[in-house]
Design a protein around this ligand. Structure first.
Ligand code: ADP
Length: 353
């Protein structure tokens, strides 16, 4: 897939991790011929088989609706509950291209912890235009993970350790799939995960595949400039020190961000490095600062966090390692399920110097 997408520019660094240079080539994807070809390969959905039910969210580029999709199986007609993402009306070309890139990425994934892609709707008379109207995804009934987590705090409820653990393992499994495909997410954060809750089952899936790539840069100077201009759009608080200082992204920088997501889960959606502004955060992280696991955090998870936040990226575990580790912890978790079934969030001592 990636040779096809990125051509010669695709290469691995010495640790067999995909290098950041690959990602900058998303921009070179503006190669029309290539995109038109990918566009042909996207699963197409006819607009008349979609029914919009209600608006469920507003994203960076447009809106998300709950809807129904008619599925034509040979024997019978059924419908699927879907999420329909569309651009806002006055979207610019680069936003249109971003939606297309998201569809191309999603079209090549198939994993139970990545949001399922049903297909795209094209605007009328759009032949030979690099434009799509809707992206149709499976509907996740509890929305994004960050809002889900914060709800507990708002209601002064607690999240059972077992559930928190399932959320972590689902995300790790999705990340392992991307790692195996040599795909970097680059924007792992609770806000970019979606959650579905059924009576006895909770599933988390990765969404939002590192779209705003041009927001990142390999030069610190430019980075600071960007912080000043569009600081809200940079996921600074989720970024590894080497991404902040050198613009380097590897699977190991995704591992760092995964650690931040685990921290968001156990704090029920605290903002990482609360109390620091973005520039202070950059300074703190580049100079070796990390978040502190709350006191109620089980030793096993505390240990995972410190591994993910190792200053030396080569020493951070891979997602393959993380999934194995979490399975091991799960096997022994009867020791601490009772220990941390209730969390208290009032006095989290957030920063570790
Ligand atoms: P952004 O790209 O800005 O992160 P999105 O446009 O992906 O956000 O989504 C905006 C909001 O819409 C999400 O925070 C979530 O609440 C909701 N949403 C997005 N996708 C789905 C989905 N597949 N199922 C249910 N809700 C969704």
């Amino acid at each position: 897939i990636f040779y096809k997408m990125f051509g010669k520019k695709y290469f691995m660094n010495h640790q067999n991790e995909m290098s950041v240079n690959l990602l900058y080539d998303w921009n070179k994807l503006a190669n029309r011929k290539f995109l038109l070809n990918e566009l042909q390969n996207l699963r197409k959905i006819r607009e008349k088989s979609l029914v919009i039910v209600q608006k469920v969210g507003t994203g960076a580029f447009g809106e998300v609706f709950e809807g129904k999709l008619k599925l034509n199986t040979k024997s019978k007609e059924s419908t699927a509950r879907v999420a329909i993402k569309r651009l806002r009306v006055n979207a610019n070309d680069s936003e249109k291209l971003d939606l297309l890139k998201e569809a191309i990425a999603l079209n090549s994934f198939n994993h139970q912890n990545l949001v399922k892609f049903y297909g795209v709707c094209f605007p009328k008379n759009s032949l030979n235009k690099l434009e799509i109207k809707y992206i149709v995804l499976e509907f996740m009934n509890s929305g994004d993970l960050l809002s889900y987590l914060r709800q507990f705090r708002a209601k002064k409820e607690s999240l059972e350790f077992k559930k928190a653990f399932k959320i972590c393992t689902d995300i790790a499994a999705g990340c392992r799939y991307l790692e195996r495909l040599k795909f970097l997410h680059r924007d792992l954060a609770a806000r970019n995960c979606l959650i579905n809750v059924e009576t006895n089952n909770l599933t988390v899936k990765l969404a939002d595949f590192g779209l705003a790539r041009e927001l990142y840069t390999s030069h610190k100077r430019e980075y600071y400039k960007q912080v000043k201009d569009v600081h809200k759009l940079l996921p600074i608080r989720w970024m590894a020190p080497e991404s902040l200082s050198d613009g380097v992204y590897t699977t190991k920088t995704d591992v760092w961000s995964f650690g931040i997501v685990v921290w968001e889960i156990i704090t029920l959606g605290y903002l990482p490095y609360t109390g620091m502004n973005n520039l202070e955060c950059v300074d703190f992280i580049i100079n070796g600062g990390t978040l502190k696991a709350p006191n109620y955090c089980p030793m096993e998870i505390r240990c995972l966090l410190s591994k993910c936040w190792n200053k030396n990226s080569a020493e951070r575990p891979s997602f393959e390692d993380i999934v194995k580790y979490l399975m091991l912890v799960e096997d022994n978790s009867h020791n601490f399920v009772k220990f941390s079934s209730i969390y208290h969030y009032d006095d989290i001592d957030i920063i570790k110097q």
